[in-house]
Write a protein that binds this ligand. Structure first.
Ligand SMILES: [Zn+2]
Length: 119
């Protein structure tokens, strides 16, 4: 899905609102948290917000760079497009679900989420 900058900004803003709402709810439910408890909650909220931003930017990036059917690294044959599949990736901003085009080589029975290595 191709998103404009304004649409991406809106999605990130929504994620920020969710993060703030979660923090406010947490604060109401936890009368007098100490510094460590506050830090733990803020780090968790920050991680979720970071994941949301990464997901929005990744989505936009793939829309700009459609992937051509790649060649199989093992046999050199052209791989078959199998549609978009979600793949969970552990990044530095936390875990994000990335929907990518998935390719499969029937000969080698190997799959690929370009531009990543064979899986
Ligand atoms: Zn192959």
């Amino acid at each position: 899905m191709k998103l404009t900058s304004a649409q991406k900004a809106e999605k990130i803003r929504e994620a920020a609102e969710e993060a703030i709402a979660r923090l406010m709810k947490w604060e109401e439910e936890n009368g007098a948290p100490n510094l460590t408890q506050i830090e733990d909650e803020v780090l968790e909220v920050r991680r979720e917000f970071g994941e949301a931003i990464v997901a929005v930017l990744l989505e936009g990036q793939e829309a700009r760079q459609p992937v051509q059917a790649p060649k199989c690294e093992q046999c050199g044959g052209e791989m078959t497009y199998k549609g978009r599949k979600a793949r969970w990736v552990e990044g530095r901003a936390g875990e994000v679900a990335i929907e990518r085009g998935y390719y499969y080589c029937a000969h080698c029975r190997s799959g690929l989420f370009p531009p990543g290595p064979p899986t």
